[in-house]
Design a binder for this molecule. Structure first.
Ligand code: FAD
Length: 385
């Protein structure tokens, strides 16, 4: 293999580039990213960077040595994959490659029909964060649609800036799909304790605007919540549209086997875009992107599956003064047991149980205890989902 092209210059792409070198590939590595920025880390975009306490440089994912070993094409979009010809069609010309790593992640889902309304934001990219940060001025009333990880983190940051914040969640409990109802309701209480209004079971009917700028969020009940800034935290859509006609199987993302190899042997996928195994499982978390990059590269270089992907299911989230940590694969019906502290404490640990097994570990504000419990309770890889 002489040239490996990595499409998507973010976390999975940057880690794949590092893994190629670490795993001994000494050919040409072309890293293609449609954003104009060098690869940067996204988690701070809803936390310290949004609050204005982290610099742009602190987000860098690659250092000068990494960059010197790569051909980095920024502001370049991959428009088509033509496997028969062994080439990618890029926005600035064609590229021949004998191995391809798909790391295109996804795009933030916007509230339908709001793309051109001033004051309405999504948060996925550095440019999104800069645009939102500019509007978080004293006195701004912020309404966040979606009480998942991103919505909760933006709420936390905005409340730290002293703003008036409301979170709208469609389900009865925020984050119940990831954490289950019991721990989801603890996250709900966190908002209240920090002066943020959480409205569960809330459906958005539309926006009120004046001269092209948002002034409020209309609910299905007929009520309108005044808003100067609206943030949609309603998930992401895998960036796969450019692969139409490539012959690759596309479903919940780019379909791969459990070794992250697509239906084409010299094309692998990693990160938020990869839908692996028979269940087409996709994870949208930082650790997954880094772990998958390593497995995908190993299998690409070997030309066969020499490593299966075993997800650790590790996720963290910083909300208010606390850190939430989760490892494993909980389901909403699992039994939750508190291991150290309880739901009303400033810090606690909990475990999830299913069919006599511990399937996940959760920690709130207790990183050391979480690490210890995780090592003890999750020795064997757990089944996903
Ligand atoms: C605001 C925010 C906060 C987060 N916080 C946490 C956290 O606290 N904990 C946690 O575990 N996870 C967190 N995450 C999730 C984590 O950042 C993602 O899982 C991770 O970024 C996924 O990396 P990726 O490289 O797979 O995809 P992405 O980061 O989405 O990168 C994909 C890249 O591919 C580019 N691209 C797409 N299509 C093309 C194309 N056709 N041609 C060229 N380039 C293309 C995109 O522009 C993008 O730069 C957060 C995410 C966000 C957005």
């Amino acid at each position: 293999m002489k040239t490996v092209a990595i499409v998507g210059a973010s976390l999975a792409g940057a880690r794949a580039a590092q893994e190629l070198r670490a795993q001994g590939f000494d050919g040409r590595v072309v890293l293609i990213g449609e954003e104009p920025h060098l690869p940067y880390d996204r988690p701070p975009l809803s936390k310290a960077f949004l609050a204005g306490t982290a610099s742009r440089e602190s987000l860098d994912l690659l250092d000068a040595d990494d960059l010197a070993s790569l051909d980095v094409r920024l502001g370049t979009r991959a428009e088509r994959l033509d496997p028969a010809a062994g080439r990618l069609v890029l926005s600035d010309g064609d590229l021949a490659a004998d191995g391809v790593i798909l790391a295109t992640g996804g795009r933030a889902r916007a509230l339908a029909g709001t793309e051109s309304v001033a004051g309405v934001h999504v948060l996925r990219t550095l440019d999104d964060a800069l645009a939102l940060r500019d509007e978080l001025v004293p006195g701004a009333r912020v309404v966040i649609v979606g009480g998942g990880f991103i919505g909760a983190e933006v709420a936390s940051t905005c409340s730290g800036l002293g703003l008036d914040v409301t979170v709208l969640e469609a389900l009865p409990t925020p984050m119940a799909r990831v954490l289950g109802p019991e721990l989801g309701s603890i996250c709900a209480r966190l908002h209240g304790r920090n002066g943020v209004t959480l409205r569960c079971g809330a459906s958005v009917a539309g926006l009120s605007t004046l001269s092209g700028r948002v002034t409020g969020v209309q609910l299905e009940t007929g009520e309108t919540l005044p808003a100067d800034v609206v943030v949609a935290g309603i998930g992401m859509v895998p960036a796969v549209e450019w692969l139409d006609g490539s012959g690759l199987e596309i479903g919940n993302g780019v379909r791969t086997n459990t070794g992250l190899v697509t239906s084409l042997p010299n094309v692998v996928a990693a990160g938020d875009v990869a839908a692996y195994g028979p269940a087409e499982t996709r994870h949208e978390h930082w650790t997954n992107a880094t772990e998958q990059a390593s497995v995908a590269v190993a299998n690409l270089l070997a030309g066969q599956v020499v490593r299966e992907y075993q997800p650790s299911g590790y996720v963290w989230s910083d909300q208010y003064a606390g850190t939430l940590q989760l490892a494993g694969h909980p389901s909403p019906g699992d039994e939750v047991r508190f291991a150290d502290g309880g739901p009303d404490d400033e810090s606690f640990l909990a475990t999830y149980h299913r069919d006599g097994q511990t399937v996940a570990v959760f920690g709130f504000n207790n990183p050391r205890g979480f690490g210890r419990l995780r090592r003890q309770a999750l020795r064997r890889p757990m089944p996903v989902g």
